[in-house]
Design a protein around this ligand. Structure first.
Ligand SMILES: Cc1cc2nc3c(=O)[nH]c(=O)nc-3n(C[C@H](O)[C@H](O)[C@H](O)COP(=O)(O)OP(=O)(O)OC[C@H]3O[C@@H](n4cnc5c(N)ncnc54)[C@H](O)[C@@H]3O)c2cc1C
Length: 384
């Protein structure tokens, strides 16, 4: 068995994990980023979710900045699109991007910041001592391994680490949509990467037909296979009806990350719920504009990143402690990256002060988020 030790181990390299790892490494922490697939980005890349939802409130004001904005801008470094730079007057501050281009940019950012990345490495267990997470078990080509750290960030999307440590989690219902990068000569998609080529991203309207409550290995397999089965059916129907042929409509790239929006989330020290849009918190770690409604703002309290009864770990991304409509608002790419950066910043401060994340002095974290990360932590005056 191989053994490694870090200041901070970030588990899962989706946008939340990447943001957390960058925040830690840029503060001089020896940081590991552990990912079971072969590329960073999670759903945003392997899930082919190529729409970076807004950083603004829809009323011309930027709410999210920091690493989340850096990732939005980097997403097209090797790709054909641009962010919507007209967002102050038209539309919102969003970007569409090529998932593979985003992978190249994320690799580059991680490399530049000195994060030690472990790809193709599955987290299989979590070990605790006196209620504190002390190490995780992993498995890769070397065989089984053990990674210990002063502080962990669970950014696995489905709170795998917290779940493996035996801490309570919540589940949610889920609906299925099938995203595929395809060649389709008959149908243009609003998500086209480049209008000069015929590669389109196709979101098939398969909403509200499947549930994933609770999350299990078999359910995830069934969910993935059902999506591909439905896509095959769609192609067969088109071919049989003469609407399309094997040369005019076929898949180019399929998802390599399960397309689950809301699987498992942590039961935290505080739970953000559907009634809390517009509510201020004394321990805010960020403000964001709801992607569904212009002008609707949310704050995220630090306690929603802390599991209720497990010390030594923060959660980030789509598995923070949020339910219902709050989960729906917080799970998207820009907010996941924002909670990732907040969790990484808190992890780095805690490790530097030899404290546990829940013992961190909030004013110290607040200062760091505001002054160094450039975060907005309170609502703009005109929105109150
Ligand atoms: C169908 C669909 C459409 C969506 N549409 C949009 C959209 O248009 N715009 C938008 O902004 N958001 C959208 N979202 C939401 C958004 O993509 C995700 O919620 C967001 O990217 C989550 O980021 P994350 O880093 O928290 O988690 P994830 O992207 O899930 O990343 C988690 C990472 O952890 C890794 N991991 C998990 N378990 C382990 C383990 N045991 N060991 C090692 N690694 C592990 C995974 O491989 C993955 O890389 C959509 C989601 C879905 C499913």
């Amino acid at each position: 068995m191989f053994r490694k030790n870090y200041d901070i181990a970030v588990c899962g390299a989706g946008v939340a994990g990447v943001a957390a790892a960058l925040a830690c490494a840029r503060r001089g922490m020896k940081t590991a980023l552990i990912e079971k697939t072969t590329q960073p980005g999670g759903l945003a890349t392997g899930g082919l979710v190529l729409v970076y939802l807004p950083l603004c409130d829809g009323l011309g004001r930027q709410m999210i900045s920091g690493i989340s904005e850096e990732l939005l801008l980097a997403a097209n470094r090797y790709g054909p699109r641009n962010p919507n730079f007209e967002w102050r007057t038209h539309g919102r501050y969003t970007a569409r991007f090529s998932p593979s281009s985003f992978v190249l940019a994320l690799d580059e950012l991680l490399e530049e910041s000195g994060v030690e990345v472990w790809l193709d490495t599955l987290i299989t267990g979590a070990e605790t001592e006196h209620g504190r997470l002390v190490s995780i078990s992993v498995s890769n080509k070397s065989g089984p391994g053990n990674i210990s750290a002063n502080v962990f960030v669970d950014a696995t999307g489905d709170a795998d680490v917290v779940h493996l440590a035996g801490h309570p989690c919540r589940f949610s219902e889920n609906s299925m949509t099938f995203w595929v990068i395809e060649h389709n000569e008959n149908q243009r998609s609003s998500n086209d990467l480049d209008h000069s080529c015929q590669v389109a991203v196709h979101a098939d309207p398969l909403e509200n037909v499947y549930t994933c409550d609770p999350l299990s290995g078999k359910m995830v397999t069934d969910f993935i296979l059902e999506g591909r089965r439905r896509y095959r059916r769609l192609l067969k129907t088109e071919y049989a009806a003469g609407i399309a042929s094997r040369t005019s409509h076929y898949p180019i790239s399929l998802q390599t990350v399960p397309p689950i929006r809301r699987g498992r989330s942590v039961v935290g020290r505080f739970t953000l719920d559907s009634t809390m849009a517009g509510r201020s918190f004394d321990d805010s770690v960020g403000v964001f504009g709801d992607w569904r409604k212009k002008g609707r703002l949310w704050q995220i309290p630090y306690r929603a990143l802390l599991p209720a009864e497990l010390a030594g770990v923060l959660v980030a991304g789509r598995c923070i402690s949020a339910i219902g409509d709050a989960w729906e608002a917080t799970r998207v790419i820009p907010v996941s990256a924002m909670t990732g950066e907040a969790a990484g910043t808190a992890a780095a401060l805690a490790a530097a002060e030899n404290r546990l994340p829940h013992e961190l002095d909030y004013p110290r974290l607040e200062r760091e988020l505001r002054e160094r990360n450039g975060f907005r932590l309170a609502f703009p005056q005109s929105a109150i």
